[in-house]
Design a protein around this ligand. Structure first.
Ligand SMILES: Nc1ncnc2c1ncn2[C@@H]1O[C@H](COP(=O)(O)OP(=O)(O)OP(=O)(O)O)[C@@H](O)[C@H]1O
Ligand SMILES: [Mg+2]
Length: 246
């Protein structure tokens, strides 16, 4: 199996404080990893390390062949209210291609068509000329998803992409992720462990360090052992029926 990236005894943090310590983690091609853990556990920090925006304070990060900034797609954790940039939805989606282009080059008709197609697929066709600030949280997340995937990345990092997804969009959202996973490796941060266990192939529990669990079935006991007890997972009720109890 191809290794997309590997962390060896990696630590990372801010200032003098390490948020992640002694992380040993291999990401294999085509995995779909649900990244779970309590608030402040270091999930977003882990993604920042993979993206290269945060340098490890110790250990090693080894990227697989051909994996670099230009082959990683990223959907940042979104909070509403910080989207006042004067950009149209189409501009934001196209900006996902910027890393592949030299400065000053324009987007081709083909690239614009691809952006339009993605927006249509994600149910946002009529918003392509809208300004970002006119969108709801869920619509914004779909725009950022389109931006993350327009360049056909090999590794897709999603930081809580479903936190605003409504029930009407949920099925097509998960269908889309499944289709994408046919083409790319996915790391998806989510607090909704009950829902994602039906879609992911494995879990990474992040709480100061990282425990990889190579199956989508995870028990409360395992979560406790990984220091990711279910009670610490915030988003509402956990549908325990989805989790196998032993
Ligand atoms: N830019 C920063 N400067 C200093 N400390 C930070 C910074 N970003 C995050 N932290 C701290 O690092 C810790 C881990 O934060 P991180 O954002 O990785 O958590 P998280 O697991 O993504 O949490 P959440 O579920 O709330 O998104 C927190 O204690 C946070 O306060
Ligand atoms: Mg986070």
């Amino acid at each position: 199996m191809t290794v997309i990236l590997e962390m060896r005894s990696l630590s990372a943090g801010y200032g003098t404080r390490n948020v992640l310590d002694n992380v040993n983690f291999k990401v294999f091609e085509n995995d779909f990893i649900g990244v779970i853990g309590p608030n402040g556990g270091g999930k977003t920090t882990l993604l920042k390390v993979i993206l290269g925006v945060l340098k490890p304070t110790g250990g090693e990060l080894i990227m697989g062949d051909g994996i670099d900034k230009s082959t990683i797609g990223y959907l940042p954790q979104i909070s509403t209210g910080d989207n006042s940039f004067p950009l149209s939805v189409l501009d934001v989606v196209l900006s996902g291609l910027m890393i592949h282009k030299s400065p000053g080059t324009r987007f081709s008709a083909d690239e614009k068509r691809r952006a339009g197609d993605l927006l249509e697929e994600l149910g946002l066709k009529e918003y392509s000329r809208s300004q970002l600030k006119e969108l709801s949280g869920g619509q914004l997340q779909r725009v950022f998803l389109a931006r993350a995937i327009i360049g056909n990345p090999r590794l897709l990092l999603l930081d809580e992409p479903g936190s605003f997804v409504d029930t009407a969009f949920e099925k097509s959202f998960h269908d889309k992720l499944k289709e994408l996973n046919g083409k790319m490796t996915i790391l998806m941060v989510s607090h909704d462990i009950g829902t994602i266990s039906a879609h992911v192939k494995s879990f990474a529990c992040v709480n100061g360090s990282l425990h990889y669990h190579p199956s989508s079935e995870i028990t409360n006991e395992q979560l406790r052992a990984y220091r990711c007890p279910i009670q610490l997972i915030t988003h509402g009720e956990v549908p325990h029926t989805v989790l196998k109890n032993h």
